[in-house]
Structure formats: structure tokens, C-alpha cells
Design a binder for this molecule. Structure first.
Ligand SMILES: NC(=O)c1ccc[n+]([C@@H]2O[C@H](COP(=O)([O-])OP(=O)(O)OC[C@H]3O[C@@H](n4cnc5c(N)ncnc54)[C@H](OP(=O)(O)O)[C@@H]3O)[C@@H](O)[C@H]2O)c1
Length: 240
């Protein structure tokens, strides 16, 4: 059984979906989790569920580099170290290149691309000081191939996969492992009202947040001798 006793993980996107499921899985394996997201009431509920002794919530927006640093600082202040970052926060919206507003596209690029960069820049100095660490980016299968109704979203996810590949080359010898997890469609609140609806029949056939969380836990408990660069996963019902 995966054991993360004594490990401290910062995780964004923890107020919903894959991030929340990952926080539960990691805490269930013994890790302390520092969870980031904008919705304070959800963070408070998760801390109450997991226990304040092993969980902390940070109300933060990944688009702001200072807030990303506050997430990492909280891990150090509360639990004394940081072993891993799970960069999961992200948004999506479906539509052709001219269908979505300038504002929505800017929000998506800022959240998914810049937001991921800020989180990583906040964590890396501590990993270097500590002699190692793990970075898991929750990207998407959209980061491996384009799709007609989500070109800009796919571009942000390609950026995350590219970032992971580049950082692997940059940081591997410093004992920092970088993984991009690329799930297919996952039944969460993701893109609700921006292309998905809660009553979509397809939701039941998608991956579950817990499936992706299990991959996050596996990556973070792999032996020190190995690293996983890209983990692509789909529902059995999802064609390529
Ligand atoms: N669901 C899918 O089909 C699917 C498939 C492949 C990959 N993914 C990726 O998986 C990740 C998680 O998605 P999900 O399905 O779990 O979606 P979700 O249920 O909608 O959760 C998204 C999370 O991201 C957080 N977030 C969004 N913008 C943020 C911001 N500016 N600052 C801080 N937190 C922010 C949200 O928190 P707040 O709103 O509280 O800030 C929420 O916790 C995303 O990166 C997504 O692209 C999803």
C-alpha cells in the first residue's frame, strides 16, 4: 500500500474534482496536504474532513505569483517542509476560436499556463534546498493532441506538457522529478456551463476524479530510482 507518511504536498485545484480527490488520496496515504483554491468554504470543509493536524487550506488564485508563494510558504510554516507540488488548478471552456470571449480565453491561458509556471517557481527553490522533490502537473489528453472545439484549451495543455518535458531535462539531475498526467474526460465540475452540463449522459462513462487521484498517488510513491514523464489515461469508453 502506498505510504506517504511524513511527506508534505502542496496541491492546487483542491476545492473540486481531481484536486480534491488527490488531496483525499494523499492524506489517506499519510501525507500532510496544503490545499489551494479560491473557494474558502470548500477549503474549510476539506480541512475539517481531513483534519487540521494534517491539512491546511490556502485561499489563493494561481494567476498571482505571490499567492503561489504563499501556498508554498504555508507548507513550510505549518509542516516544516515540502516534498511535492501537484499543480492541478485549471479551467476549460469549449467552443471554436471565435466563439469564446477575449476574457474567457485570457483567463484560461493565465490560469492554465502562467498559473502552473508560478506554482513551480514557488516550489523549486525549496526542492533545491532540500535536495529533491516531485512536481506533478495535471495536464490533459488535450495536451497531446488538438481538438476542434477546444483549440485554446489544448494549447494551454500542450504548454503544460512542454513545460514538464523541459523541466525534466533541467531539474532531473537535481533530483527533482516532473510528471505530466494527461487524463481524458473526467466526470467533475470542469467546464460546467462552458460546454458541459450536469445531466450530460457522457459523464457517467468518463474517468472519475478518483482514477486520476490514484495516478497522482502512484507517481508520488514511485521508487527513487525511477521517474514517470507522461502518464496518459482514458476511460475505457473514450475513443482516441
Ligand atoms: N475534467 C476533465 O475532463 C479533465 C480532463 C483532463 C484534464 N483535466 C484537468 O484537470 C485539472 C482539474 O480539473 P477538474 O476536472 O478537477 O475540474 P474542476 O472540478 O472544475 O476543478 C478545478 C479546480 O481548479 C481550481 N482553479 C481554477 N482556476 C483557479 C485559479 N485561478 N486559482 C486557483 N484555483 C483555480 C478550482 O478552484 P476554485 O474555483 O475554488 O479556485 C478547482 O479546485 C484541470 O487542470 C483540468 O484542465 C480535467
Amino acid at each position: 500500500m502506498a505510504d506517504m507518511t511524513g511527506k508534505v504536498v502542496a496541491i492546487t485545484g483542491a476545492t473540486a474534482g481531481i484536486g480534491a480527490a488527490s488531496a483525499r488520496a494523499l492524506a489517506g496515504a499519510g501525507a500532510a496536504v496544503v490545499m489551494g483554491g479560491r473557494r474558502r468554504e470548500r477549503l474549510e470543509a476539506l480541512v475539517a474532513e481531513l483534519g487540521a493536524a494534517v491539512a491546511a487550506g490556502v485561499e489563493m488564485d494561481v494567476r498571482d505569483p505571490q499567492e503561489a508563494r504563499r501556498l508554498v510558504d504555508t507548507a513550510l510554516e505549518r509542516f516544516g517542509r515540502l516534498d511535492a507540488l501537484v499543480a492541478c488548478a485549471g479551467i476549460g471552456a469549449y467552443g471554436g476560436i471565435m466563439d469564446l470571449s477575449d476574457e474567457k480565453l485570457q483567463e484560461m491561458m493565465d490560469s492554465n499556463v502562467a498559473g502552473t509556471v508560478w506554482q513551480i517557481r514557488a516550489a523549486v527553490p525549496h526542492f533545491l534546498a532540500q535536495g529533491g522533490g516531485d512536481i506533478v502537473i495535471v495536464a490533459s489528453v488535450a495536451g497531446l493532441r488538438g481538438a476542434g472545439d477546444e483549440a485554446v484549451y489544448a494549447a494551454t495543455k500542450f504548454a503544460q506538457v512542454g513545460l514538464a518535458g523541459g523541466l525534466d531535462r533541467e531539474l532531473r539531475e537535481k533530483n527533482i522529478r516532473v510528471t505530466a498526467i494527461c487524463p481524458g474526460g473526467t466526470a467533475t465540475e470542469f467546464a460546467m456551463g462552458a460546454g458541459r452540463t450536469p445531466d450530460m449522459p457522457g459523464l457517467a462513462r468518463m474517468l472519475r476524479a478518483e482514477d486520476v487521484a490514484a495516478a497522482v498517488l502512484t507517481v508520488l510513491t514511485q521508487p527513487p530510482r525511477m521517474r514517470t514523464l507522461i502518464w496518459s489515461m482514458r476511460s475505457i469508453h473514450e475513443a482516441d
